[in-house]
Design a protein around this ligand. Structure first.
Ligand SMILES: *Cc1c(COP(=O)(O)O)cnc(C)c1O
Length: 372
C-alpha cells in the first residue's frame, strides 16, 4: 500500500481462516494475533521502536506512565519482599511505595537517592527491587546509575529506573547496568500534550517471564490509537529533546542571575553537575528554581506569565510552569514535601520549542511583576 504513516489497527479482535489456525495460535505453534489485550500490530510497532531507541531486548507499552510503573513493580514483587526506593520522586510513584505495595505485604524503605551508600545500607536479605528516577521530579536530584546498578547486581537485586525526564535520547540507563527502564511516554515521547502512554523496557527474560504474564492478564494496555500518536511523536523526539535542552540551558542561565536558588543539572551551581554530565547527553527540558517569597510570590510569578502556560505537564513542546507544592506534590502534605526538599517557593519549568529569547523576555517581565 505504501502508506507513509504507520497503519492504525483499531481492532480488539482478529478472525481466522479456520478452526485449526485458532488452535495453532493459542497453542503458540503459529505466529499471529489473537486479541488486542495480547497483541496489536500498531502497538507492536511502537514497542519495537522504543526497544530500539533504548537499546533494550524488548519493550511493552501501557495506558499511562503510572500503569507502566505499577506493572514494572507488581509483576515482580510478592508479599514478604522488600523494595528500596528514592525519596524524591513523582508523587504517584511515591504513592506506589508508601501506600499500595505495603497493603500487599511488600516492605519499602525510602532513601536519599543521591547517597549511594544509603542504597547499600538499606539492603535486607529479602530486598528484590531498587526503584528510582534521575533527575528526580521536581528537586532535580541526580542518582548515580552505574554505582547503584553495581550494588544491586552484587546482591541479585533488580533495578527499575523511571526515565521520563530524559527519554532514551538524553539518557539510556541500561548503558550503566540498569535492568528495567520504565517511561511515562506521555511526556517527551508524545511530546505534544495529546495522549497518555507508558512503556517498560527490559531483557527478554524479564519481559517474557515477569511483565507479560502480569500485563496480559491484568490489561493495562495502550490503545492502538494512542500508540499511533506516540509513533508520530517518536519521529521528532531526537530533535525536540535536543532543542528543548538547548533552550532550557539558555533559560536556566538567564534565571541563575535573577532567582535565589536554581536546581538545573547543567549549571555550575548544581552539586551533581559532573555526574549529570556523565549520565545524560543534554540537560533535558525540565528544571526547578526557588523564590524567597514562598507560595504567594511563586503564584504571583505564574499569574504574570504571558507566553509560558501554567500547567503541571512536562516533556511538552510548549513551555509550561507549575508550583509543585500546590499541584503535583500537594498530596504529600507539608511534612512529606519538606522531607523531599520541596519548598513553598519552588517552581518547576518545562522549556519548550518556542524561541528562547521570547521565553526569557516573558520570564523577565513576570519576575519584575512578582517583585524580583
Ligand atoms: C508524569 C510522570 C509519571 C506518570 O506518568 P503518566 O503518564 O502521567 O501516568 C511517572 N513518573 C514521572 C517521573 C513522571 O514525570
Amino acid at each position: 500500500m505504501g502508506e507513509t504513516s504507520e497503519a492504525l489497527f483499531l481492532t480488539s479482535g482478529y478472525c481466522y481462516d479456520d478452526a485449526a489456525t485458532v488452535a495453532a495460535r493459542f497453542a503458540g505453534e503459529q505466529d499471529g494475533m489473537t486479541y488486542s489485550r495480547l497483541q496489536n500490530p500498531t502497538v507492536a510497532m511502537l514497542e519495537e521502536r522504543i526497544a530500539l531507541l533504548e537499546g533494550a531486548d524488548d519493550c511493552r507499552v501501557q495506558a499511562s506512565g503510572m500503569a507502566a510503573m505499577t506493572a514494572a513493580l507488581l509483576c515482580q514483587l510478592s508479599a514478604g519482599d522488600h523494595m528500596v526506593s528514592a525519596r524524591a520522586a513523582f508523587g504517584s510513584c511515591r504513592w506506589l511505595g508508601d501506600s499500595l505495595l505495603p497493603r500487599f505485604g511488600v516492605d519499602v524503605t525510602v532513601v536519599d537517592a543521591r547517597d549511594t551508600a544509603a542504597w547499600e545500607a538499606a539492603i535486607r536479605p529479602n530486598t528484590k527491587v531498587f526503584f528510582f528516577e534521575t533527575p528526580a521530579n521536581p528537586t532535580m536530584d541526580v542518582a548515580d546509575l552505574e554505582a547503584i546498578a553495581n550494588i544491586a547486581k552484587a546482591h541479585g537485586i533488580t533495578t527499575v529506573v523511571d526515565n521520563a525526564f530524559c527519554s532514551p535520547v538524553l539518557q539510556r540507563p541500561m548503558e550503566f547496568g540498569i535492568d528495567v527502564v520504565a517511561y511515562s511516554a506521555t511526556k517527551l515521547m508524545d511530546g505534544q500534550g495529546r495522549v497518555l502512554a507508558g512503556a517498560v523496557c527490559g531483557s527478554e527474560e524479564f519481559i517474557n517471564e515477569k511483565l507479560l504474564p502480569f500485563q496480559r492478564n491484568t490489561g493495562p494496555n495502550l490503545s492502538p490509537f494512542n500508540a499511533w500518536v506516540v509513533l508520530k511523536g517518536l519521529e521528532t523526539l531526537d530533535l525536540r529533546a535536543k532543542q528543548q535542552s538547548e533552550n532550557a540551558l539558555k533559560v536556566g542561565q538567564f534565571l541563575e542571575g535573577r532567582v535565589p536558588v536554581i536546581l538545573h543539572p547543567w549549571l555550575d551551581s548544581h552539586p551533581q553537575q559532573a555526574l549529570a554530565k556523565k549520565q545524560m547527553d543534554a540537560c533535558g527540558p525540565i528544571f526547578s528554581f526557588v523564590l524567597d517569597g514562598g507560595r504567594a510570590q511563586a503564584h504571583a510569578l505564574l499569574d504574570a506569565l504571558e507566553l509560558i502556560d501554567i500547567s503541571n505537564n512536562i516533556g511538552d513542546s510548549r513551555s509550561l510552569m507549575c508550583h509543585p507544592a500546590s499541584s503535583t506534590h500537594h498530596n504529600m502534605g507539608p511534612e512529606g514535601r519538606e522531607a523531599m526538599g520541596i519548598s513553598e517557593g519552588m517552581l518547576r519549568i518545562n522549556v519548550g520549542l518556542e524561541d528562547a529569547d521570547d521565553l526569557i523576555e516573558d520570564l523577565d517581565q513576570a519576575l519584575s511583576k512578582a517583585g524580583l
